[in-house]
Design a protein around this ligand. Structure first.
Ligand SMILES: [Zn+2]
Ligand SMILES: [Zn+2]
Length: 119
């Protein structure tokens, strides 16, 4: 895990100021860089590339949520959608300075709501 994070540290620094989570906006004040995690929107094991367009910086909570298939991204509005609309994260505007690839978001959204840990 730490090796991977080190590999993506440049991406995290470029993309997310102060390691801010790009979905909930949470900034882990005073924490070390390992609190921010790099998420591949389309997982690498199904051919998702190691490119910025396929990556998001997330806090551990949001990362766990999206990996569980409980959260997706509406590409057109740039907002999150959670399977439970009462969750605070639902409908939040994602904070991105880089371009996100539509094909990866579409893949991700197809994998939602199935309760499988694909990501
Ligand atoms: Zn978050
Ligand atoms: Zn992930």
């Amino acid at each position: 895990m730490r090796v991977r994070l080190r590999k993506y540290q440049g991406f995290v620094q470029f993309t997310a100021d102060g390691y801010q989570c790009q979905t909930c906006g949470e900034r882990n004040t005073g924490a070390q860089h390992y609190i921010s995690q790099t998420h591949h929107i389309k997982p690498r094991f199904v051919g998702g590339p190691d490119r910025e367009e396929n990556m998001l910086v997330m806090c551990p909570n949001c990362h766990e949520t999206i990996q569980a298939g409980a959260m997706g991204i509406d590409y057109n509005t740039g907002r999150t959608h959670h399977v439970d609309a009462t969750q605070k994260i639902n409908g939040m505007k994602i904070i991105v300075k880089h371009k996100i690839g539509l094909e990866y978001v579409e893949y991700k959204n197809k994998c939602m709501y199935q309760g499988s840990f694909l990501f």
